[in-house]
Write a protein that binds this ligand. Structure first.
Ligand code: CAA
Length: 384
């Protein structure tokens, strides 16, 4: 059978950064609650001329500079921060990337899970047409109300993956474990720019889903857990990955590689929650920071509130030096974000979602693409 998987991967994030020690002080909270209790140091915050389209296009642009766009006939864009009720984010990105007309461009939604749904769809398309490649983009902006429990877990980020036959980076294995259940743990109504969340329920629903998806994977020919060298998880906050791994270890009665929880969370600790992109920025962090993974199996644990979960496994193909070689570029991108004071962030938080009324957007972002504004009630994007 042809090996199919992730040929290359890239991360992008927002222009600004908010420091969680400063936010804790402003909220009258011990900073260790955020840094140790949640496992978060900072979060990215987009400039007014950035959104999921510009972040997704930026990640994809950097990826395609390395790989070229030949063979791409499908662009799948996963997000729960859609910018229009009808037109997909994928169509905007298709234009920004100058892709040829002969491409199917679609947006997928199921909370933080849909990046994994997009990856599965890509694997299926390539199984039928091994000469094609699929561009999968996950991009989100996590927003909660000011001074709410979710506030320190906000964030912004995008991950682009080129999925192909004979992949250079990670071969995805055919077996996967899935689980769906209708739960009101987290959602965002159409008239709200911030998410509604039942924090306690969201954590128990996540843990239950991991257990159910793992059992389903076992029943569908998945590997023994002792043959998985490292797991990466959807990380609404990085401590959640620790909770999920502890649960997985307990109900399977296995000792798991806890060191991978650190190497798999370097970027997420600094970007915050990026919903659909979170699992894949965790995978990127693991691949860039965990040595000795070549030829070994990794587990990918995906959870999207509402809820859908899936566990995939893959075999790492790229060598340590190649994977490590990408680390400094991502760290440099995170270092170069422009810091916001808490009052500056609060002011931007209140007007972060532009309305559908006509408006011109101030030029701020240093990314290659920007959201130019709304004309005739239609969104316009341009090269920055
Ligand atoms: N020093 C060190 N640790 C401290 C501390 C201190 N001074 N003070 C508190 N802590 C610890 C607590 O003990 C706790 O740790 P444990 O969970 O290991 O017990 C941790 O800090 C958090 O403290 P609380 O539980 O009191 O925090 P909270 O109730 O204010 O908020 C939350 C936590 C409910 C998860 C909130 O951040 C939230 O609502 N987040 C959004 C929802 C979310 O992310 N859910 C996760 C699963 S859903 C999902 O995955 C989908 C998605 O992306 C949203």
């Amino acid at each position: 059978m042809t090996a199919i998987g992730i040929h290359d991967i890239e991360v992008a994030t927002g222009h600004h950064v908010v420091n969680l020690t400063e936010l804790a002080e402003a909220r009258g909270v011990d900073p260790n609650k955020y840094i140790k209790g949640l496992g978060q140091d900072e979060f990215s915050f987009p400039a007014p001329d950035e959104d999921v389209v510009t972040m997704g296009a930026t990640a994809a642009h950097r990826l395609l500079e390395r790989t070229g766009a030949e063979g791409i006939r499908t662009l799948l864009f996963a997000t729960e921060t859609g910018v229009d009720q009808s037109k997909s984010t994928a169509v905007f990105v298709h234009k920004l990337l100058d892709l040829p007309g002969e491409v199917r461009s679609i947006e997928l939604k199921q909370a933080c899970y849909s990046g994994t749904g997009a990856l599965q769809a890509a694997l299926g398309i390539i199984a039928r047409n091994p000469g094609e490649r699929v561009l999968v983009i996950s991009s989100d902006i996590a927003r909660y109300e000011l001074d709410s429990p979710g506030e320190p877990t906000q964030g912004a980020g995008a991950v682009a993956m080129l999925v192909s036959a004979d992949p250079a980076l990670v071969e995805i294995e055919p077996a996967s474990g899935v689980f769906s259940e209708d739960v009101d743990d987290f959602w965002r109504p159409n008239d709200s720019s911030t998410a509604v969340v039942d924090g306690g329920l969201s954590i128990t629903a996540y843990l239950k889903s991991v257990e159910k998806a793992w059992k389903d994977l076992e029943q569908h020919g998945g590997p023994s857990i002792s043959d998985v060298a490292a797991f990466v998880y959807h990380q609404p906050f990085t401590k959640m990955a620790r909770k999920a791994q502890a649960h997985l270890a307990a109900f399977t009665g296995t000792e798991l590689n806890d060191g991978a929880l650190d190497t798999g969370s370097v970027y997420n600790r600094r970007m915050g929650n990026s919903y659909t992109a979170s699992l894949y920025s965790a995978l990127t962090s693991l691949l860039h920071h965990e040595d000795g993974l070549t030829g070994k199996r990794v587990g990918l644990v995906s959870y999207g509130s509402g809820s859908v979960a899936e566990i995939l496994t893959g075999i790492v193909r790229a060598d340590d030096a190649t994977r490590r070689g990408f680390r400094d570029r991502v760290l440099g991108m995170l270092d170069s974000r422009v810091r916001l004071s808490v009052p500056e962030y609060e002011g931007m938080h209140e007007k972060a979602m532009p309305s559908a009324e006509d408006t011109e957007t101030a030029a701020v972002t240093k990314s290659p693409f920007r959201f130019a504004g709304v004309r005739g009630r239609a969104r316009h994007y341009e090269r920055a």
